[in-house]
Design a protein around this ligand. Structure first.
Ligand code: GLA
Length: 379
């Protein structure tokens, strides 16, 4: 799919040209998992998979959305009465975004939209954030709204928190809006300031989809968030970003054991995110490798968000990469993808190794994406 093809499809459906056509990428997080809603640090990159949206204004107050990926299913609603649609749950991302925009900007008219995307769903690569940001970009351009990338990310997050019902952090929407081609982004989720950094020339982002569909993700995700908030409150800090390992150890006996481990993951993960960012800048791949391995172990043992097929993939690939690259689960967890930073000369070996062992061991077929870091929709 590209913008020109989407324009043609739009014209076929609506009998006029779209006024705007835009694209928002999905993302892969290199390190810093579940730290975003703890006001901490994350290190994602926007990837070359995303959502496309084409749009035009209407003369009435209705919104019409057609989803190419659902056999051109159509959803219609009035801007003045936006409710959730349990039958066409894909449309709730559009409804949620339009509701926050309508509340904040009192939109002058309804719109026509056509959307399509190629971010695998339920794989931890932010298909929903890329969908939200694509709609935000389309509406921003249609009505020349005063929305920059950070504002767009906050509005997308609000739609997801309040309308879709997932208490996600800011990472996915912000990288989809503000990612930079060929760079990863160290994002401070408290101040929302960020620093782009290039990846070493020889290291490629390889994503291995376990094809274990995330089950129970929203409820488990929201539970992790509550446990982190409980940890911060027991430690007497506004968020776990302010906690230290020393303060955690001192409070250990007064905390439920599970809350202690959740907090330990967040505190150590924030530190690892900085370590990896610095190590990549210095081309110190052995340290990158260690940080990613420790991040995975912490997600498996302390945060308990990995599943056996994902643990198997990480073990398999780290055995091949050794200290020449790194590998860990990426995203919210409970299935989804593994991200590996792989030297060019080992990419085919990684693919062969996964093809040889993964299905036999787990009964799942893996899908491998050789990725590049791309530009965000508002960047
Ligand atoms: C999901 C959420 C993000 C973040 C990650 C875990 O992708 O949408 O906000 O919390 O999980 O790092």
């Amino acid at each position: 799919m590209d913008n020109a093809q989407l324009s043609v499809a739009f014209s076929d459906i609506y009998q006029h040209q779209p006024s705007v056509v835009c694209h928002a990428p999905g993302r892969v997080n290199l390190i810093g998992e579940h730290t975003d809603y703890n006001q901490g640090f994350v290190f994602p990159a926007a990837i070359n998979f995303g959502t496309w949206a084409a749009a035009s204004v209407r003369e009435d107050r209705n919104c019409c959305v057609v989803a190419m990926d659902y056999d051109n299913a159509e959803s219609q609603f009035s801007l003045d009465n936006i409710e959730s649609d349990p039958e066409q749950s894909w449309s709730n991302y559009v409804r949620g975004v339009l509701l926050v925009l309508q509340k904040e900007f009192s939109l002058p008219s309804g719109i026509n939209l056509l959307v399509t995307g190629n971010v695998p769903q339920g794989a931890g690569l932010s298909s929903s954030a890329s969908f939200e940001i694509a709609i935000l970009k389309a509406v921003t351009d249609l009505f020349s709204l005063d929305i920059d990338g950070v504002k767009a990310a906050l509005l997308g997050q609000k739609a997801e928190n309040d309308f879709v019902g997932c208490s996600c952090g800011i990472m996915d929407q912000l990288i989809s809006a503000m990612g930079k081609k060929d760079h990863a982004m160290l994002l401070d989720c408290q101040s929302l300031t960020f620093d782009h950094s290039t990846l070493p020339d020889d290291l490629h982002i390889v994503i291995i989809n376990s094809n274990v569909k995330r089950g129970l993700v929203d409820s488990e995700y929201n539970l992790r968030r509550q446990q982190c908030e409980q940890g911060a409150s027991l430690l007497g800090v506004p968020s776990l970003r302010e906690a230290t390992l020393e303060s955690l150890e001192a409070a250990k006996s007064a905390m439920p054991e599970v809350v202690y481990r959740r907090a330990r993951h967040i505190i150590t993960e924030n530190a690892r995110t900085h370590t990896m960012f610095d190590a990549l800048k210095q081309n110190d791949i052995a340290t990158v490798s260690e940080a990613m391995a420790a991040s995975h172990a912490s997600m498996r043992d302390d945060f308990e968000i990995t599943v056996p097929p994902i643990d198997y993939l990480v073990e398999l690939i780290s055995g091949l990469l050794k200290d020449k690259g790194g590998v860990r689960m990426t995203g919210g967890g409970f299935g989804g993808c593994v991200v590996a930073l792989v030297p060019k000369n080992l990419i085919e070996n990684v693919k062969a190794l996964v093809a040889q062992h993964y299905f036999e061991e787990t009964g799942y077929q893996a899908t491998i994406y050789d990725c590049t870091a791309t530009q965000g929709a508002f960047a």
